[in-house]
Design a binder for this molecule. Sequence first.
Ligand code: 3HC
Length: 311
Amino acid sequence: EPSAEQRRFDEIIAADSRIEPRDWMPDAYRRALIRQIGQHAHSEIIGMQPEGNWITRAPSLKRKAILMAKVQDEAGHGLYLYSAAQTLGITRDEMTMQLIEGKAKYSSIFNYPTPTWADMGAIGWLVDGAAICNQVPLCRASYGPYGRAMIRICKEESFHQRQGFEILLALMQGSDAQREMAQDAVNRWYWPSLMMFGPPDGDSPNSAQSMAWNIKRFSNDELRQRFIGMLVPQAEALGIALPDPELHFDEKTQQYVGGEIDWTEFFEVLGGNGPMNVERLRARREAHEDGAWVREAAAEYARKKATRNSK
Ligand code: 3HC
């Protein structure tokens, strides 16, 4: 017989309403949210590295200013999401240590190198484009702090996607070498951006429960389809080929059918063997250690202030 709290929780979910931090919630719901929101926050913070790599080498002051704004936005997204996760009872330190010790996942997409400037365009267009497809439905997640964080993040994400598209458009309207650079970047980022949506629905252990709790609103494959549908006309407008010769629209099923995604690569990356994982975690650990004195000073200042106020 479900407890009164469980019944209340079930009613709120069935009414597609919101669960707030002070509401009773099943431990499994709490754990699922800490898992997803924590990993989402880690993704935003690690995601600052591939782009940060080009801030000092942007081709113009305008591009540098836009890229700096985007990387700062990612830091802010990480802050909102860590704060949302903290309302569930986990601390920022615990989450940071889990990431640094390789115990927590972050999005596979940030395991890839950014060798040319065109990667900044491919990341904005593909990675932030995929993130928008995934994050818009999350604005309606049943857990209040997560949904509300998403609303603010999605507003900034659309600027990220547009500036990526515009970088690629500028390159495609440039020299042959610039056009080749843009096509090469899309060739390297297209398949990993499809993997951002997670494994195929049949291999997604969390989806069913996540959808039952109104956290995940659409399945991994549904959002992947939506993303490809968004990309095809934009790739045509750019004059860039999507690197999947089998990609076509099936009139009967009204679905995009593409070549097989390399799930071996995906699970290799998830296992921590992605090309840049060691570097990403090293940089994050170094930033954490370099920032220790700031945290200590802030804590000491807060202690002194509290002591002064209590006199
Ligand atoms: N990278 C890393 N891990 C992934 C992954 C990916 N691309 N896709 C799936 N996984 C992991 C899942 O976390 C899960 O592992 P876990 O149980 O240990 O957490 C496992 O693979 C099985 O996947 P499921 O489909 O069962 O897991 P979910 O139901 O959690 O679905 C998800 C995966 C769609 C990524 C979902 O977690 C989600 O929507 N997360 C929030 C969005 C997010 O994290 N986006 C990161 C993109 S980058 C970003 O947003 C920054 C932007 O500024 C570019």
